[in-house]
Ligand binder design. Sequence first.
Ligand code: DC
Length: 220
Amino acid sequence: MSAPLIAIDGPTASGKGTVAQRVAQALGWGYLDSGALYRLCALAALRGGVDLDDEAGLAALAAALPVRFAGERIELGGQDVTGAIRDEAVGNAASRIAALPALRAALLGLQRGFRRPPGLVADGRDMGTVVFPEATLKVFLTASAESRAKRRYKQLIEKGFSANLADLLRDLQQRDERDTRRSVAPLKPAEGAVVIDSTHLDIDQTVAQVLGAYRHRARP
Ligand code: DC
């Protein structure tokens, strides 16, 4: 039997990364930040001069992505890019290239390889719909665009980046639009997903809801 898996999907800045990490910690499981893989591809393309419309070139780059996750640290070709991939320009490029079917296909095997005992919490846009459709629990985590923009603003300022709330809200709405409307793996709740709206929940409350749903699913 394959290892248990919790898939957490949702729009940008919905808090799914933090929630997924905390759930993984609570269960003693591994954690996959699939958005980081799209960001890594985008960064590798920007640095390597690969055009963001060059689908075949990007898929080739993704298939041989020299990535290493060492705890919180993310390396690309041996270089620490943990901070660099969080840049808004990289996020926007990631959202653009994420619409390309060949690139998504090239990342499938890499993502599935993270599923190992004792279990995996995977977060992204299509964890429950495409990558792990047979997940033990699927969660769709959302929140209003305004509250997500405020959270993203706080995150960026804390990390020492400069940020403008109105620009962030606009970028986030554009990214939502692109992630939701693309024809391949559009962002939507997976069949059977538990939908959690975290607009009025803090992290602890959201984590508790996910763990509660998992326990219910594992031992109904
Ligand atoms: O979650 P994030 O903001 O780090 O993701 C960056 C971009 O990657 C996002 O705009 C959509 C894309 N993405 C995706 O298409 N599928 C995933 N499973 C994860 C991210």
